[in-house]
Ligand binder design. Structure first.
Ligand code: C2O
Ligand code: CU
Length: 475
């Protein structure tokens, strides 16, 4: 357990003991405010992704495992995460979905210098929202994430929901060759210009074959994270009615999705309550049905024989308390049309031909296939496409004028979906990542209350690498 376990940092331990004489008076607050410390070491490692007789797969990971260790803190609990880089290249770690200080957001060259080989960077965070988040490399991420550098980040509610068990399901996919090694074709035009890098091997918590042993009547909270580079999942729970209670960490009015299928685009999360309504000895499957030509069984659900845990579902609320996310005012918001353009088979009208930088052929030569508002981003050249005053309401009116899906993610803020012509069911949800199918439009609003330059990009990581990246300035 040692290498995954948080410890109270020495610094805050000293603070705590200094506070000891008053412990009787202010105890809960002091105790709650102690800084937890985690250590993450980015390193090469080998992990069994494919079953024997295949060899282990060489990865880059945190603490030798992928997914990396789950970071678990309480809402508003300060945590320090020391990231040590033992790789041969730079890195930086992003805490996806957490509304934290800009300097801790983990974006080399934008919010911090890169963590160079041999260096350590301390991330000091205070997560303001409870929920299911994750962390991943944000340097060279189309490669580093595809090689295994990600893990879950769980922020517990002050009042935990009553369940029998809680499980984290982190989904990833990998492109493996015949020796179960990662295919290093990260910058091929096809992935860049079409659906992104979709792997040939899917894992749940780093394993290819999974079973879930349950007892009849049990209530399980699942925290599902799509950590894949570009794959979309639609998990259909046979014989069960999964109740979604939060998306991207943010509580929703509990609902059972159509077809009992929980759909997650890259970087999206869902918290799901699963009441095990089968009988002892029953067997069911969780099937991924998103790509009709490649439906597969992800998890086998096996009911134990013997007496059910309870005869009818647990009688306890499943509604979560809202997080303190401010609501934007639409009447005086700064409104910006956000055109997503480019890619293969796209409309003829691709503005980056006339873009600031160069003509189409030159763009393609340097692997820039996508543009946001006419600009394909180059990493050190990313002038903000929106500049807001601190506290100002902002509306982003996204239009996907391409032939491919995109999952647009904003850093440092949580937005509210005001309109979505492709997925009207998501209107009203608070999210950090919204998924737009080809030719779809989505309008989101947020209060720009977090100072700094923040990334806004497609979370299909090869798309971001190939230009679909921009910044939003809050000053
Ligand atoms: Cu999941 Cu820019 O990040
Ligand atoms: Cu994209």
């Amino acid at each position: 357990m040692s290498r995954f376990a948080p410890r109270i940092s020495r610094r805050s331990f000293l603070k705590l003991s200094a506070a000891a004489p008053f412990a009787g008076l202010v105890a809960p607050k002091w105790a709650g405010a102690a800084t937890l410390q985690y250590d993450l070491t980015a390193a090469e490692s080998s992990i069994r992704l494919a079953a024997a007789p295949f060899p282990e797969t060489k990865l880059w990971s945190f603490n030798g495992v992928s997914p990396g260790p789950a970071i678990r803190v309480k809402q508003n609990q300060p945590v320090r995460i020391a990231v040590r880089n033992t790789l041969a290249e730079n890195t930086g770690v992003h805490w996806h979905g957490l509304r934290i200080d800009n300097a801790m957001d983990g974006i080399p060259f934008l919010t911090q210098p890169p963590i160079e080989p041999g260096e350590t960077f301390n991330y000091d965070l205070v997560p303001p929202d409870a929920g299911t988040y994750w962390y991943h490399s944000h340097e060279n991420s189309a490669i580093q994430v595809a090689r295994g550098m990600s893990g879950p980040f769980i922020v517990e509610e002050e009042e935990p929901l009553q369940v029998d068990r809680e499980l984290v399901w982190m989904l990833s996919d990998w492109r493996l060759d015949r020796d179960a090694q990662i295919v290093a074709d990260f910058s091929n035009d096809r992935d860049y210009s079409r659906s992104g890098r979709i792997g040939n091997t899917v894992t749940l918590n780093g394993r290819q074959f999974n079973d879930l042993k349950v007892r009849a009547g049990e209530r399980i909270r699942l925290r599902i994270i799509n950590g894949a580079n570009a794959r979309i999942f639609s998990l259909r729970f046979q014989g069960h009615a999964p109740t979604v209670i939060a998306v991207d960490g943010q509580p929703v009015e509990p609902f059972v999705p159509k077809g009992n299928a929980v759909t997650l685009a890259p970087a999206q999360r869902a918290d799901v309550i699963l009441d095990m309504s089968g009988r002892p000895g029953d067997r069911y499957s969780v099937i991924d049905t998103f790509y009709p030509q490649a439906v597969f069984r992800l998890v086998d659900i096996e009911y134990a024989e013997g007496k059910p845990l309870r005869e009818s579902p647990l009688h306890a609320p499943v509604r979560l308390a809202a997080n303190p996310v401010p609501r934007a005012s639409l009447s005086n918001a700064l409104e910006k049309e956000v055109l997503l353009e480019g890619g293969d088979l796209g409309r003829a009208r691709q503005q980056y031909r006339e873009g600031r930088q160069q003509g189409l052929s030159e763009m393609l030569l340097i692997n820039k296939f996508w543009a946001i508002c006419g600009v394909a981003a180059f990493r050190q050249v990313m002038p903000p496409f929106v500049s807001a005053r601190v506290g100002q309401s902002v509306v982003l009116d996204m239009k996907n004028y391409t032939a491919w899906p995109h999952t647009m993610h904003l850093h440092g803020h949580t937005f509210r979906i005001e309109d979505h012509n492709g997925q009207p069911d998501t209107v009203g949800q608070l999210r950090d990542t919204v998924w737009l199918g080809p030719e779809e439009e989505a309008r989101v609003s947020f209060v720009a209350d977090n100072k700094g330059d923040w990334l806004f990009h497609c979370h299909m990581l090869s798309h971001a690498e190939a230009g679909m990246l921009a910044t939003v300035r809050v000053a």
